[in-house]
Design a protein around this ligand. Structure first.
Ligand code: DON
Length: 558
């Protein structure tokens, strides 16, 4: 691992056009084989990676409704080959105009159970439809209508649901049953469909067809009217103005450096990029080759603890709160954090200043794309909990998110993921809730990695472990499959997959004072693409924990 040497003084500068051998193939890794195929179909039709992103995202909205959809939002990190331009398309949901800081509290100031989780009151204004239009028009080569065609076909003709669909529907059964339109679409006779059930989504197909004419047909007009009326009848607070006023924002990515690898990642309103760079800056100052296995795990855990402490303190929507981005991502800042790490014992989180932090989530989706021109997309999209709020406004086929739960509902009170409030992430009209989603590009001198994963607050440490695996020279299937462990400041414990820490290592870490908590199951669903800049070889890998599709293909250039 490239951890030798003192902390780097220079903060990374934007990458220019890569000196490269063009990719020998294009590659797509996504959480569903049908979505990956949809992306390749569009590449074969002459589209670029950005058109393919529209196809994959819209297909996932159809075939993986638990994870993302037109009723949700997310982040698209783009790299354009011809000039090295990089940007993050922020399609995060926004709070409706009538939202207030106390909207999920009762008269006594207590959180109202499930108010920010189930039903339309839990939904932010969706960003994904606006992003698809923007990607097609500003960066794509094909009309939006062409790139939405595979998804429309899947919605109309149907697809066979799988075990994962059923498992997650079972978990959200009550919320889905509470929405007649959602139950009619996603359940079979009001029950979880058996794997193999053909799911057709006529309303969604119609909404996709309208969207093909431009996002204006989603955010205004008949669909907007149905979204607003359907929500309000069931207790929501959306207005036509909220939808008409939604805007995606292009933001400068967060940049860092780890050895000779340039890190390009998501900026606020996700905490992911900054936390990733902070952790890598801390690790970059250790003589890694001289550390024992226990010491390596110890400093990794301590770096995670410190970066997540910062998450609780500083992060929120950058259009509403000032975040000290330069300071937090500067190597000098991490030098200070590193100096507070003792090698002989764990630092109890309670002795670090700061507020409590977040726990994990259960769904969301990530995909990674590389086309044969060298354009890249890393996108993590979400409706938050599996099947979002469970609510579909009648006649739209659009499942609404429950991303409002990513705000701090009440200072000091944990939300569904254990998120505890802090003022920077308080609810305000039109504000974006803080996220952990971390689509990331790793740009080494001779290799590039594109990666990301769902998993709530654990997303950031999964991407960190993936990045370390990349830095170690491993291939994409190793990044996505490596066993995982996680610390997030509070609760003050190391969560780990069964095979992540050997019994000896567990004993050694406990002796240093770390509290260990085995995870009841594996977590994450990482999707990655690797490109060898010398040979042009390309690989794609899907996390073995999920049922994704990773396919490389040669497409004739058009
Ligand atoms: O934006 C976020 O950080 C969360 N809404 C993501 C949720 C998630 O990843 C759930 N997944 N397992």
């Amino acid at each position: 691992m490239a951890l030798l040497g003192a902390a780097l003084l220079a903060v990374a500068t934007p990458i220019a056009v890569l000196a490269q051998t063009l990719p020998s193939q294009s590659a797509i890794a996504s959480a569903h084989p049908l979505a990956t195929q949809a992306g390749h179909e569009i590449l074969a039709a002459g589209g670029n990676a950005f058109d393919a992103a529209v196809a994959v995202a819209s297909a996932l909205a159809v075939v993986e409704p638990a994870g993302s959809g037109l009723g949700g939002g997310g982040f698209f990190l783009l790299h354009r080959a011809k000039d090295g331009f990089q940007t993050m398309v922020d399609a995060r949901e926004t709070a409706p105009g009538a939202a207030t800081a106390t909207m999920y509290l009762d008269d006594e100031g207590k959180p109202i159970p499930r108010a920010s989780i189930d039903g339309p009151l839990a939904a932010g204004i969706p960003g994904t439809p606006a992003a698809l239009d923007h990607l097609a028009k500003k960066y794509g080569k094909l009309p939006l209508a062409s790139s939405l065609a595979p998804a429309t076909r899947l919605a109309e003709q149907g697809f066979a649901t799988d075990d994962r669909f059923a498992m997650l529907a079972k978990w959200r059964l009550d919320a889905l049953r509470a929405s007649p339109a959602a139950a009619a679409i996603f359940l079979n006779n009001n029950d979880v469909p058996e794997p193999g059930h053909m799911l057709r989504q006529a309303d969604l197909a119609q909404t996709l067809r309208a969207l093909a004419g431009g996002a204006v047909h989603f955010y205004t007009g008949e669909i907007a009217r149905r979204l607003v009326e359907g929500s309000r009848v069931a207790g929501g607070i959306w207005t036509l103005d909220d939808l008409a006023g939604y805007k995606i924002v292009e933001r400068e990515p967060i940049r860092g450096k780890f050895g000779d690898i340039n890190i390009v990642s998501v900026p606020p309103p996700s905490a992911g990029g900054i936390a990733l760079v902070t952790m890598l800056n801390i690790l970059d100052g250790y003589p890694w080759d001289e550390l024992s296995e226990t010491q390596r795990h110890h400093v990794l855990i301590e770096a995670m603890r410190r970066a997540y402490r910062d998450r609780t303190q500083y992060f929120g929507d950058p259009d509403f709160v000032k975040i000290p981005v330069e300071r937090l991502t500067h190597p000098f800042y991490s030098d200070g954090l590193r100096n507070s790490i003792r090698m002989d014992r764990a630092t109890p989180s309670a002795v670090l200043p700061g507020a409590p932090a977040v726990a994990q989530g259960q769904d969301t989706t990530h995909f990674s794309i590389l086309d044969q021109e060298g354009n890249m997309v890393a996108a993590t999209l979400s409706v938050n909990l599996p099947y979002g709020s469970g609510f579909v406004p009648p006649g739209t086929g659009v499942l609404l998110n429950n991303e409002m739960d990513d705000f701090s509902i009440k200072p000091g009170t944990p939300n569904a993921y254990g998120l505890v409030g802090h003022p920077a992430n308080e609810i305000a009209p039109n504000k974006r809730p803080l996220s952990s989603m971390s689509p990331t590009l790793l740009m080494g001198p001779d290799r590039v990695g594109i990666l990301g994963t769902p998993g709530g607050s654990r997303i950031i440490t999964m991407v960190l472990l993936g990045a370390l695996s990349f830095a170690d020279g491993h291939n994409a299937s190793d990044w996505v499959s490596r066993p995982r462990f996680h610390h997030q400041f509070l609760p003050d414990e190391v969560q780990f997959e069964a095979d992540a820490l050997s019994p000896e290592l567990q004993g050694a870490l406990q002796a240093l004072g770390h509290q260990l908590k085995p995870s009841s199951r594996q977590y994450g669903n990482m999707q990655a693409v690797a490109w060898d800049l010398r040979s042009g070889a390309v690989t794609a890998a899907s996390d073995p924990r999920g049922g994704g599709g990773a396919i490389t293909k040669t497409h004739a250039t058009k």
